[in-house]
Design a protein around this ligand. Sequence first.
Ligand SMILES: C[S@@+](CC[C@H](N)C(=O)[O-])C[C@H]1O[C@@H](n2cnc3c(N)ncnc32)[C@H](O)[C@@H]1O
Length: 260
Amino acid sequence: MTAAISTTGRRFSPENVRLAKVMAQELGIPYIARNRESIEELREQHGCSLILVAKRGLLVLDTPDGELFFHPNMAHLRLKNLRLGEGDHMVTAMDLRAGMSVLDCTMGLGADAIVASYAVGSGGKVTALEIHPFVAAVIGYGLGHSLGDNYDMHEAMRRIRVLSADYLDFLCSQPDRSFDVVYFDPMFRHPLMESANLNPLRGIADHRPVSPEAIAEARRVARHRVVLKENSRSMEFERLGFTEMVGGKYSRIRYGVIKV
Ligand SMILES: C[S@@+](CC[C@H](N)C(=O)[O-])C[C@H]1O[C@@H](n2cnc3c(N)ncnc32)[C@H](O)[C@@H]1O
C-alpha cells in the first residue's frame, strides 16, 4: 500500500509539521506539505491509499474505511470495572497479577494492552506487537503521548513497549519462558460487525489465521498461560488446542486458555 504523511489542511502548527517530518523519516514515507487540499485530493495527487496526518500533536491514519486514531476511552470502562473489583474476562483468562509480564501479539488499537498494563501494574511489563507499521505508529505514538483519563490509565499507557513486528518472527526470537502470558486477539474469522471501532482497521489489518506453529512458539515462550480471544462460536479454539474457556455466558466473545 502506498502512503504519505501530512498535516491538517488548516491551522496546522509548526509542532505538527515537525512531527509529520520526523515520522516520515522514521516510517520511510514521503512528507507532503499541505495547503488546503482535502485528503481525497491528496490521495489522487500523490497516488496514496493511506495518508497519515499529524493532528493536534498526535497521528491519525486516514484509510478508505475511515480514520484510525488512538482513543484511551476504549479501555476506560474496563479499568473502572477493575478498580471497582468487578473483574475483566481477559484479565481472568490471563490470570494476571501485579508484576507479571505480558506479550500482546496483536496490539491493534491498544485497548487490551492498556488493560493488561494496568492489571500488572508498575512492576509488570507489557510488550505489544503490531504487524502494520502505520497502525503501530499511530497507536504507539498515542500510547506514548496522549493523556490518559486519569493517572493510573496514563501510567499504564506509558509503560507499554510497542514494536512493529510479525508475532511469529518475534516469538521465534525469544528465549523459552520469557513472558508470563502470551496473548492473541486476531481479526476474527467471522467478524462481529457491531465492533464499529475496528472498522478503519478491517481493510488494512493482517487477517491471516493464527497458525499451530505460532501457538507452539507461544507455549514455549510463555511461563504461565497462552490466551486466544475469538468469537464465542469460533472453531479456532479447537483447531489450535484451546480447551479451557473464559467469558460471560451471553457474551459473543470468548477467551481460550492454555495453561503451560
Ligand atoms: C483484532 S485486532 C486487535 C485488537 C486489540 N486487541 C485491541 O484491544 O485493540 C488484531 C490486530 O493484530 C494485527 N496482526 C495480525 N496478524 C499479526 C501478526 N502476525 N503479527 C503482529 N500483528 C498482527 C492486525 O494487523 C490487527 O491490527
